[in-house]
Design a binder for this molecule. Sequence first.
Ligand SMILES: [Zn+2]
Length: 264
Amino acid sequence: MSELIFANYGYCHCCEQAVRFTAADSWFRDHYVCSECGSIPRERALSWAIDKFFPDWRQATIHESSPIPRGASEKLKQHCGNYITSQYFPGVESGVEFQGWRCEDLENLSFADNSIDLHISQDVMEHILSPKQVFLEIARTLRPGGMHIFTVPLVNKSRVSEICAERGENGVIKHLLEPEYHGNPVSEQGALVTRRWGYDICEHIFKSSGLFTQIIHLDALEWGIRAEFIEVLITMKPLSITDNVMSDTGLKEQSKTKLKNCSK
Ligand SMILES: [Zn+2]
């Protein structure tokens, strides 16, 4: 086992107990782990944010896209009675079971309008090809008062977000920057990074869906929360959305389209 470079005692918001946090590498983002549940800082920050901003999550209907078998996902699985998980498999229709998973394409969710209290995603939004469509789908399916609580590496910080790859003609991926892949539990190929997001992601979400997003930056050693790129973002769907906002952003159109599809 490699030598520890840092260790401290504290409270883990994923496994909800007093633990020891240790790091054997100075890149805390991936290596500063909880001794009890193996969680990493961004997972603990996410768990904290869910508790803080949606305290009734245990009774909520939660959908998590691409869950992780530890940390925040494990906590939701253990304590939420209506926790729906999904993975994305290209070519498989949303709502269909495939390889033991429910398939959900974030660009075209099978969930009804206003049916989900909480959408959760962990480092997924940097891999989507059509952010506008994804943010719109999340907004459509959220119940008024619902939230999308998520982590995404804001690697560009105060610089503008960059498009690394997009869907070109005939659906072929067009690379605008040198391709970069992250680990993907359901694909050996890995997940292609499509966006290098900055803080302006909030503006992108607003222009796509009309919903406001706040960025929470936590730094709390006593909770094992310290690392680069561990911001938690919270997009909130208000209890009532004015018709103006809905038609300005296409949310209304989206809603109608879905209803039409359902009645086929
Ligand atoms: Zn823990």
